[in-house]
Design a protein around this ligand. Structure first.
Ligand code: SF4
Ligand code: SF4
Length: 332
């Protein structure tokens, strides 16, 4: 990309970010694919793609495709669940299935285990769930990987794993974590530990490893071709790596959410702190800024009016106002 194209691209991203949310009429052509990719990078679950069988969709391609094996309702969460009801999407997928146009449908999900439980109870026809799972987020109080995995398992829904390497950060973990992994097996790549951790979970149907070059594909194939689940000793190595991650000087927020009801600007405080903690651990500013753009939802940290309501409610006695100022200075 030339510097001029890069500048235009960054300007375009800022424009999309300024929209706050985005619906993309997805045709699978170059334009809508590009728009969807940028929208998803910048707005995350607040970017939704709409596609359907339309007169403009080439009939030949419809006939050649025949059907989709797995059809995904994208990025369900508290922010957009009402839209799925409002626009009749649950009925729409059932219709597609009864017409034979899809074989299975499921959801990808980014919210609390309690909400996942509610959705799977209300929609028992859902056949699979795509979840963010990796060893770093496994017991994270905000992302709730383990809790969500347990809920999916309780409902008998197989899991597709996204972000097994946490956006690539676990392929290049901080030195204390690297040392734990290298001491255990100098030949194994950090990514191999991360992917084997999720692939060893009994209710995992598929792992989306997100490779971006041939070397990564070769590495993935080397341990997935004749896959061996983690042994008890290797699980202990993962526990030690997680302990090393937890030793960083992060914001000690427990994601209890006691601070959020009553905030006059509806700040998503624990979600903002979770992104800041990722930055404190992995030190990847570009990735953290990108995450900050969409993951927490709600207003930016700089929108805090310093009323103090949240600090009075926080059982950890965190200096939330100053922490939000630090977040704003780092990411905005
Ligand atoms: S101090 Fe800021 S974050 Fe806390 S409740 Fe008031 S406006 Fe919300
Ligand atoms: S009340 Fe304190 S510990 Fe709980 S979510 Fe808010 S900031 Fe985090």
């Amino acid at each position: 990309m030339t510097s001029e194209t890069r500048e235009k691209y960054e300007h375009f991203k800022d424009y999309i970010k300024g929209l706050g949310s985005l619906g993309v009429a997805f045709s699978a052509g170059v334009d809508s694919t590009f728009l969807l990719k940028v929208g998803h990078d910048v707005l995350g679950p607040k970017c939704v793609a709409f596609s359907g069988i339309s007169p403009s969709f080439p009939k030949k391609e419809q006939e050649e495709a025949g059907y989709f094996d797995f059809y995904l309702l994208h990025a369900l969460g508290e922010d957009n669940l009402a839209n799925y009801e409002k626009y009749g999407l649950w009925d729409y997928v059932k219709e597609l299935k009864s017409e034979g146009k899809i074989k299975h449908y499921g959801i990808s999900f980014h919210d609390t285990a309690a909400l996942l439980d509610e959705i799977l109870t209300d929609h028992p026809d859902i056949e699979f769930v795509q979840l963010q799972i990796n060893y770093a987020d496994w017991e994270d109080k905000s992302i709730q990987s383990k809790k969500c995995y347990d809920v999916a398992t309780k409902h008998g829904k197989p899991v597709i794993v996204m972000e097994p390497v946490k956006g690539g950060t676990l392929a290049n973990p901080p030195e204390p974590v690297l040392k734990v992994l290298r001491d255990a097996d100098p030949a194994a790549s950090p990514a191999s530990w991360a992917i084997r951790f999720v692939a060893s979970l009994p209710n995992v149907m598929m792992v989306l490893s997100g490779m971006s070059n041939v070397e990564q594909m070769d590495d993935n194939l080397s341990f997935m071709k004749d896959f061996e689940p983690l042994t008890a000793d290797e699980e202990k190595v993962i526990d030690d790596a997680r302990t090393a991650l937890n030793s960083f000087d992060t914001i000690k927020c427990t994601a209890c959410h006691y601070c959020t009801p009553g905030c006059p600007v509806e700040m998503h405080i624990p979600e903002i702190f979770a992104v800041m903690n990722d930055y404190k651990i992995y030190g990847d500013l570009a990735s953290a800024k990108d995450q900050y753009g969409w993951r927490p939802g709600g207003p930016k940290a700089s929108a805090c009016i310093e009323c103090g309501q949240c600090e009075n409610a926080c059982p950890q006695k965190l200096p939330i106002i100053n922490l939000l100022k630090e977040v704003a200075a780092t990411f905005e």
